[in-house]
Design a protein around this ligand. Structure first.
Ligand code: FUB
Length: 465
């Protein structure tokens, strides 16, 4: 039996509309994400930890070795199967997941089964501040320790079961010495932008085999450090008649007092092409509605895949749509932001171009940027060109962001650039393979400063952990 966990009382109101209430489940406060350890309630001093690919509870003290402390530390992230629940990623990148009712540490394959097996929904524990975890896909089972191993056992009402299945989230035994990803969890293709004094982040939701995620989420921040999750802003299946998968690389722009979300989606009817659509909302955090009821650009209309949209609005108010994979295209958008003159489409593919076009202007110079190589390749990287108009011509300037193996940083690409208000301070958001054990479908979002030399060229970005 596979069905959604029901933890309505735990959830931010944003998620409430999509889940069914369950009176059987006790409320628990949302968990803090980030690095933590999980202490057993009835065996204080024993913590959930990994050993030989299996999870159990074992003693950890301040005198324990660094590896033991690392093995008892997990990053709590929004659940791989549902942001309403949680997943736990060990410091070696593996996730807690159940298989054959045993709780194990395994790499995320991105399949629906893995993501569900690695997602746990909190309910209130037997004492204040403690928590128990219900399986997302088997809601009649909970995480509990037995013979110091961690299992997914059928829920019982006995005092023994309650104690064995109750944990406290504590400070991590292995404290983080790095800033970590910009937002916890697996996300890619970050479109970071600013509307007024608030930054908004629109990523691809990652961790799915073949990047199959069906929906988009939004996040906001006023300081680029503390982020608020706004939940799902567009869910292709129910919200878009012509697509139900491959919700890749969104871009959001404000115009005409409204917000336009450009996105790509795989057809609901089985053909494998990706189409490019546009959705509209009165709020930057949605909900967004398909503006056309059909793709803005159908798969196959132009060379390359119809993916990775980006909109740049020039100082004269004219907006330009860029997109492409293999070939880079640009076209001025009509004032309605949902149409263009097909005869005006230009192909501006620079050498090395793979995808992820991004354009901004600074001091009259137009910077056209893109990603090179395959997103599954650790050599995925960002390059740029400059020109004197949004349509080019552009002159290639070179690569400004690439892997940094000495810090375990790989696959740095699909970026966006944003300027802080009233300043010449710029930031670059990009994704990388999740550190330490990610890959081209398990990516995370990072942020660094983007700086310029006196001649206006972009200084190489040193990606930081
Ligand atoms: O996230 C799915 C795809 O991977 C994007 O569309 C590409 O730019 C690459 O990052």
């Amino acid at each position: 039996m596979r069905h959604r966990g029901r933890v309505l009382a735990l959830l931010p109101a944003l998620f409430a509309a999509t889940l069914q209430p369950s009176p059987a489940r006790a409320a628990a406060a949302p968990l803090p994400t980030g690095a933590h350890s999980l202490e057993s309630l009835n065996f204080p001093g024993r913590y959930v930890r990994q050993a030989d690919g299996l999870a159990g509870i074992a003693p950890v003290t301040s005198a324990s070795g660094a590896q033991d402390k690392k093995d008892a530390t997990f990053t709590v992230i929004p659940g791989l199967a549902s942001p309403a629940c949680y997943s736990f990623q060990a410091t070696n990148g593996l996730f807690l997941r159940h298989r054959d009712w045993r709780v194990r540490l395994e790499a995320n394959t991105g399949t629906p089964t893995f993501r569900q097996d690695a997602t746990f929904c909190p309910t209130e524990g037997s004492t204040t501040g403690s928590v128990t975890f219900t399986s997302y896909n088997y809601p009649d089972r909970r995480l509990r320790h037995r013979d110091f191993g961690l299992w997914l056992d059928p829920n019982e009402s006995t005092a023994q079961f309650k104690a064995d299945s109750t944990f406290r989230l504590t400070e991590p035994w292995s404290p983080k010495t790095t800033k970590g990803p910009l937002i916890p969890g697996l996300y890619a293709d970050p479109h970071l932008t600013r509307f007024g004094g608030t930054y908004y982040l629109y990523p691809t939701t990652d961790g799915y085999a073949s990047w199959a995620s069906p929906s988009y989420q939004a996040f906001s921040s006023t300081d680029l450090v503390h982020w608020t999750a706004h939940g799902t802003i567009l869910d292709l299946g129910p919200d878009v008649s012509w697509a139900d998968n491959s919700a890749w690389a969104p871009a959001v722009v404000a115009k005409n007092g409204r917000y336009y979300l450009y996105f790509s989606g795989g057809a609901a009817t089985g053909d494998t092409g990706k189409h490019l659509g546009v959705a509209v909302s009165d709020s930057p955090t949605g909900p967004f509605h398909d503006a056309l009821g059909k793709p803005l650009i159908r798969s196959g209309s132009y060379a390359g895949q119809a993916i990775d949209p980006m909109v740049f609005t020039d100082t004269d108010g004219r907006s330009y749509l860029y997109w492409g994979n293999g070939s880079a295209h640009v076209v001025p958008l009509n004032a309605d932001m949902t149409s263009f003159d097909p005869a005006a489409v230009r192909t501006i593919t620079p050498s090395g171009y793979r995808e992820a076009s991004f354009v901004f202007e600074r001091n009259g110079v137009y910077y056209f940027m893109w990603s090179e190589n395959d997103t599954r390749d650790e050599n995925y990287q960002v390059a740029y060109a400059t020109g004197t108009s949004p349509l080019g011509p552009f002159t290639r300037r070179g690569v400004i962001l690439q892997k940094r193996l000495e810090d375990g940083i790989k696959g740095t690409g699909h970026h966006s650039v944003v300027k802080a208000p009233d300043s010449d301070t710029w930031y670059i958001a990009y994704h990388r393979f999740a550190v330490p054990a990610g890959n081209g479908t398990n990516r995370e979002v990072a942020l660094d400063r983007l700086t310029f030399a006196a001649d206006g060229s972009i200084n190489p970005v040193v990606p930081t952990l």
